[in-house]
Design a protein around this ligand. Structure first.
Ligand code: SF4
Length: 211
């Protein structure tokens, strides 16, 4: 039987719209902060990966392009991609690049000239001078340029791995996925430790009362 579609099955449209809006005006890149904060909050507050499993528009888009449009070779991703060393190494690299992007924003905040470029794959600087950004502070626009570069880079990597391997192979080493998984693990470990402590306390109390 065909599964009934829910509203969140269409979140891939939001992902596509986000990429198009960035072309129209770079300031829309700020909306991408939602894709950062929502998964983290879901993991921290809920202790689960509901965002990845249900609400991630990027994951849906990759799945759809790979499965429905058959753009994927659909072969298993190489083992190294799954290894904790690669996944945490990639997360660390991504975070370093993110911090460098924040530093560029800070430099513009303190008077350096605005760089109207979007950096793709950390190397290629694409001129991005057509959008209107005169209405905001230069640092605000600089962050948008940097952040859109981060989003575009991860999208391109996602597409490449979707074509080469299974549709959602990007999820294997996606920094957000790695971070949320790490948070959930830490949370569950803490809960298990607390449960263990309560269990010991209860056992001790029953032994003392002779039950
Ligand atoms: S791992 Fe990344 S791309 Fe995949 S579903 Fe989670 S947040 Fe989305």
């Amino acid at each position: 039987m065909k599964k009934k579609k829910r509203w969140y099955d269409y979140l891939w449209i939001g992902e596509l719209l986000y990429l198009c809006l960035g072309l129209f005006n770079i300031l829309f890149a700020w909306l991408g902060m939602l894709f950062f904060t929502i998964p983290l909050l879901t993991a921290i507050i809920g202790g689960n990966k509901t965002y990845c499993n249900r609400y991630c528009g990027r994951g849906q888009l990759l799945g759809m392009l790979g499965e429905r449009l058959k753009l994927s070779r659909n072969t298993p991703p190489p083992r190294f991609l799954r290894s904790p060393l690669f996944r945490y190494g990639f997360l660390a690299f991504f975070m370093i690049m993110f911090c460098l992007m924040l530093y560029s924003t800070y430099k513009v905040f303190t008077g350096a000239p605005l760089q109207e470029t979007v950096t793709l794959l950390w190397v290629f600087r694409l001129p991005w001078q057509w959008p209107e950004i005169g209405m905001v502070s230069p640092w605000f626009a600089q962050y948008a340029f940097g952040f859109f570069g981060v989003m575009l880079t991860s999208t391109v990597l996602g597409f490449i791995t979707m074509v080469l391997f299974r549709p959602r192979s990007w999820c294997v080493y996606c920094p957000m996925g790695t971070m949320t998984q790490g948070i959930c693990r830490l949370r569950h470990r803490k809960e298990e430790t607390e449960l263990g402590r309560t269990g010991k306390k209860n056992r001790g109390a029953s032994e003392a009362s002779g039950q």
